[in-house]
Design a protein around this ligand. Sequence first.
Ligand code: ACO
Length: 386
Amino acid sequence: MSTDATTEAPQIRKGLAGVVVDTTKISKVNAETNSLLYRGYPVQELAAHCSFEEVAYLLWNSELPDADQLRDFTAAERGGRALDPVVKSVIDSLPVEAHPMDVCRTAASVIGARHRLAEDSSPEANLAKALELFAAFPAVVAYDQRRRRGQDLVEPRDDLGYAANFLWMSFGEEAAPEVVDAFNVSMILYAEHSFNASTFTARVITSTLSDLHSAVTGAIGALKGPLHGGANEAVMHTFEQIGIRTDESREEAAARARTWMEQALAEKKKVMGFGHRVYKHGDSRVPTMKAALDKMIEHYGRPEILGLYDGLETAMAEAKDIKPNLDYPAGPTYHLMGFDTDMFTPLFVASRITGWTAHIMEQLESNSLIRPLSEYNGPGQRALGR
Ligand code: ACO
């Protein structure tokens, strides 16, 4: 809250909209040019040419790894992939009805409580913790989906890259190269997005000098909400509500989706997967993710999914000129790959752990307790009368 010099009235920025709270060297979101840079590199170029492991290294170390650095980094990541038996037993103790985001949140907390460097917040210790979480989370997410399906844990394979191994642990079979590519692209696009709600949550927790795992656990809670990460699941629920009919043509599906959207907007509903607090002319990540979705639609031969996608997008554009955000193409992409809908936001977690932990380390480089003010508008002072 700042004050206006002439009236002394406080300027309240609900939702901190438009408020710049700090500087960051990690990523630059430019809403005017619809661009997103990670450490200076356009995210589209990283998605086209890099593995997710290279991007994680970049986010934490400011530069892309050279061949030796990548070899060491990859070896460390592969060495940390196995699911800790204690974490597995805690996951097993949770009901299969629990939301998978609650399982992620619990797993991050348990990993932290068991960490040998739990109270060490030095840059070296935090980098090690970040790498361990990054390496461990595919097992958490993959195993949680499998146990809900009545399936056993699949052990990791250290001859596969991060994306291929994640799919292997999820489905127990090797994914086709084009599916691995699309999954790798999604991980890169979800990795980092400046001071979004979950990242800011992580920075607030870090600013109290709490530990990295507490900050990540809190960030997972923030990401769960449908106005943030939960939207990728909500997109699929919309598709399911409209009805996914595999025998339908693209045009037929598009027509039904348009009708659904017109009705939803007439009822003043918010449709998940559309709109963004920062991007008002389109989300910079959507074209790259949509290209990955197109490849998956072709790979799996599912034109009706494209029909639903087009129908909703066109009707929303015509009625309100609101564009899709990253969750819109990501949801159906994960659906086509075979993930259960309520696992979509945990996939976002596995990726965003890289961005959150980069911000946690940056926050600690020049920390200041984050503690805003509020304008009190409750009852005036009154006597208790006792
Ligand atoms: N569906 C329908 N109308 C919408 C939508 C939507 N998805 N998004 C915005 N609008 C409308 C609002 O109703 C409002 O209209 P009005 O002025 O007639 O009341 C106007 O656009 C402005 O919307 P706000 O919610 O005030 O804009 P804000 O910047 O606060 O919201 C937000 C951004 C929260 C993302 C919003 O667009 C939304 O709720 N979208 C759906 C949730 C979603 O997809 N979240 C994912 C975000 S991206 C990510 O996490 C990867």
